[in-house]
Design a protein around this ligand. Structure first.
Ligand SMILES: Nc1ncnc2c1ncn2[C@@H]1O[C@H](COP(=O)(O)OP(=O)(O)OP(=O)(O)O)[C@@H](O)[C@H]1O
Length: 370
């Protein structure tokens, strides 16, 4: 048992005793290890526990104030790897923030590396779920800022998708600047950031999610730039050099690359895609972020009609298309079970932490990976 916190609907946090069964490493990032395993209490559920070791800026922050925890406390949606509980550990006098999250067994990038291909029907409902997640974020004034196949987790059997890793997410009203060309992984980085725009907008996620959707349909990266300049050349080669109006709207300097006419997305994508898919991509891959369709409008496009059909279509694996219609609802109620920590918990927590450290060697691993 260990002491942690749960989150009520509305974002308020409450103390709770947490209990886990066995776990194994299922992923890692630059500053984290992610373990998956069984949660035993207060709910029984397969979960992912993301252990983040803090950088110099967040070293002295309690986990309640850790930015990823604060952002995730505000969101709750079936297409998001929701924060269920959180707690802290100490390793070598440093705080490790531990986030208990919804778990799905596969990562889109790994599936792609294994040569897994999605048929058009599957690609459509995965894309639908991704845009539902972004639409929910936009309704909460949050931008994810790092949508890419490594941050998209899936259950291929059931056809479910969740957006993960909110480590770069920001509130739209932040006074912070994006840092332009250094935000969002290059292949998924929208033109305005490549040109140096410093504003956080939901349109950033729309661009990145469209690039991810393209990969689901076409099974290859859309714009695979070698560096920032190459990335700009690839994009302007398809969409054309930004107009004076675009430049003014983004508030950026003209990019120093050759001026090209728009070649169009159809000629660029070697394999012919579903015609509705082109309609969708043309509405979201706009140089000027203000002209991109919003996620809420994307969800109404005819490209997704087939997944709304009743009775639900059968997939190639014999299962029905997942029932994702309710996903367009933006206010999903957080289920939370409040179990106050028992008074004896402090002692047991320390014991459990010692056991957990020695069984998984978290601290050694984390220190080595730094
Ligand atoms: N909820 C989850 N369920 C299953 N696997 C997950 C989950 N969250 C993360 N992972 C796996 O762990 C990996 C690392 O997680 P995450 O991207 O959140 O860490 P990070 O340290 O923020 O990464 P980065 O280096 O990109 O900043 C993911 O790519 C994914 O494979």
């Amino acid at each position: 048992m260990m002491n942690g916190y749960g989150i009520k609907d509305g974002g308020e946090i409450f103390p709770v005793s947490l209990q886990f069964g066995g776990h194994k490493l299922c992923g890692s990032g630059r500053f984290s290890n992610v373990y998956c395993g069984q949660m035993i209490g207060p709910i029984k559920k397969e979960v992912a526990v993301k252990n983040v070791w803090s950088d110099t800026e967040t070293r002295h922050l309690p986990t309640t104030q850790y930015p990823e925890v604060q952002i995730l406390s505000e969101v709750f949606h079936p297409a998001i790897s929701n924060l269920l509980y959180f707690y802290s550990r100490n390793a070598n006098n440093k705080t490790i923030h531990c986030l208990v999250l919804d778990y799905l067994p596969s990562e889109m990038a790994k599936l792609r590396d294994q040569g897994v291909k999605f048929d058009v029907l599957d690609a459509k409902f995965y894309t639908f779920q991704l845009f539902c997640a972004i639409s929910h974020l936009a309704s909460k004034n949050i931008v994810h800022m790092d949508i890419k196949p490594q941050n998209v987790i899936m259950d291929r059997m059931k056809g479910l998708l969740k957006l993960a890793d909110f480590g770069n997410a920001r509130r739209l009203e932040t006074s912070e600047k994006t840092g332009g060309a250094y935000q969002v992984t290059r292949f998924y980085r929208p033109p305005e950031l490549l040109f140096g725009c410093e504003k956080f907008t939901p349109a950033i996620d729309i661009w990145s999610a469209t690039c991810v959707a393209f990969e689901l349909f076409a099974n290859r990266v859309l714009f695979r730039g070698k560096d920032t300049k190459d990335q700009i050349m690839l994009i302007t080669g398809v969409l054309g050099y930004p107009t004076d109006e675009d430049i003014k709207s983004m508030g950026v300097k003209r990019p120093r690359v050759a001026r090209k006419e728009a070649r169009g997305i159809e000629t660029f994508t070697s394999k012919m895609l579903d015609p509705d898919m082109y309609e969708f991509m043309k509405s979201t891959l706009k140089i000027d972020p203000k002209k991109r369709k919003t996620a809420a409008d994307v969800l109404k496009m005819s490209v997704f009609d087939v997944i709304k059909a009743v009775p639900r279509k059968k997939r190639s694996n014999g299962m029905e298309v997942p029932n994702v219609i309710g996903y367009t609802e933006m206010n999903h109620k957080r289920e939370c079970i409040e179990v106050e920590p028992a008074p004896a918990d402090i002692e047991t927590t320390e014991k459990a932490e010692k056991e957990s450290k020695s069984s998984s060697s978290h601290s050694t691993e984390e220190e080595t990976r730094k």
